[in-house]
Design a protein around this ligand. Structure first.
Ligand SMILES: Cc1ncc(COP(=O)(O)O)c(C=O)c1O
Length: 377
């Protein structure tokens, strides 16, 4: 089935009333037909029909075995970390969303996990970091915010040989452009707040598992921890997903045009976009994705230029988050990575001159004009 069809019909068929859009089941609990029998729905923390429509859709999109919908991306990632025990060691991409780094180094370390952060695109480095107690590799590709690319086929193969779980945060590309499970990953996580919902109006998260044994353990954690997505928010994300292919195509073509324009600007020193031909991860991206996405980071000549852009943009909004219809500009060092130690940020290229753009769905010429007036004023 074409992915556009899956987005529209993947998890829901018209019900007894012929409702074309899924009903929102606001019931927190469900009546039992008799002792020992169930409609399949008992209590909304465990199962809810609207959330299930969404989970089936996302599961079909990622081509996994099961998908669970959480109240945020962080709730999804925190649940995955509950699969591990004190003493376990996890290798992570060095460049990651700051909230994931905060989770690993505060809550997870307190719970006895240890982490090694490195360039997961450097396979010999990953291999050298594997210890007897290593249990998993957690990857973002492209990474946030410097768009490092990891070869998912090669990494998953190495992980499989060494008995490690491969976990991929697929927030930036979505299954429209990249399907980590088909490339060998065991678990996929998402901030559904971003492209999947796509309208900057809902918080959501997902865990998709490739295998039944992981699904069983995760479903147990899901019902026990209780950070599930509400029925109404599930409906919001389902509505967003219907247009995912159209939006991702547009985000991608506009981002490519913007990356090109930024590359030629004298006040821009470096552009991070996986679609720049000849850039470090370009060939790997071509081999494992069907598009480069809508996220760009760029480094300006001076800190003053970066500040001026943030102060002067009019159409583009200076706000955290990404993946919505509105173009957003973010200052990673003060926003997404504010809790990451400064030296760690600087070592990764997250400095006072780095800005991140989530290219929205407005006319690309209008986005470029806004950046131009902000840069050239
Ligand atoms: C790549 C990535 N993963 C996870 C998250 C966390 O998601 P949420 O904000 O929905 O909790 C974010 C948030 O920005 C993100 O960018």
């Amino acid at each position: 089935m074409d992915i556009s069809t899956v987005c529209i019909h993947g998890g829901y068929q018209p019900d007894w009333a012929g409702s074309v859009t899924p009903p929102v089941y606001l019931s927190s609990t469900f009546a039992h037909p008799g002792i020992g029998s169930s409609t399949g729905y008992d209590y909304s923390r465990l199962q809810n029909p609207t959330r299930e429509y969404l989970e089936k859709t996302v599961c079909a999109l990622e081509e996994g075995h099961d998908a669970m919908a959480f109240s945020s991306g962080m709730a999804a990632i925190a649940c995955v970390l509950e699969l591990f025990r004190p003493g376990d060691h996890i290798i992570t991409s060095a460049d990651l969303y700051g909230g994931s780094i905060r989770l690993f180094h505060t809550i997870s370390e307190k719970n006895g996990l240890t982490f090694t952060a490195l360039d997961t695109g450097d396979l010999p480095a990953v291999q050298a970091a594997i210890r007897p107690e290593t249990k998993a590799i957690f990857v973002e590709t492209p990474s946030n915010p410097t768009m490092q690319i990891t070869d998912l086929r090669a990494l998953s193969e190495l992980a499989r040989q060494r008995g490690l779980v491969t976990i991929v945060d697929n927030t930036f590309l979505t299954p429209y452009f990249q399907k980590p499970i088909l490339l060998g990953a065991d678990l996929v996580v998402h901030s559904g707040t971003k492209y999947l919902s796509g309208h900057n109006d809902v918080l959501a998260g997902f865990v998709i598992s490739a295998r039944a044994d992981d699904s069983e353990r995760l479903r147990f954690l899901f019902k026990t921890i209780g950070s599930c997505l509400s029925a109404f928010d599930s409906w919001m994300v389902l509505r967003g997903i219907k247009t995912l292919p159209l939006r991702m195509e547009r985000h991608g073509t506009s981002a490519a045009a913007l990356a090109d324009w930024l590359t030629g600007h004298p006040k821009v020193k470096r552009v991070y976009y996986p679609g720049v031909a000849g850039s470090a991860g370009y060939q790997t991206s071509l081999a494992q994705t069907s598009g480069f996405g809508g996220m760009i980071s760029f480094e300006t000549d001076t800190e003053e230029t970066a500040h001026a852009i943030l102060e002067r943009v009019k159409l583009i909004l200076f706000a955290e988050s990404l993946g919505g219809a509105e173009t957003l500009i973010t200052y990673p060092i003060l926003q997404t990575h504010a809790d990451v130690p400064r030296e760690e940020c600087l070592a990764k290229g997250i400095n006072e001159r780095l800005l991140r753009l989530s290219v929205g769905l407005e006319g690309v010429d209008d986005i470029i004009s806004d950046l131009k007036q902000a840069l050239d004023d």
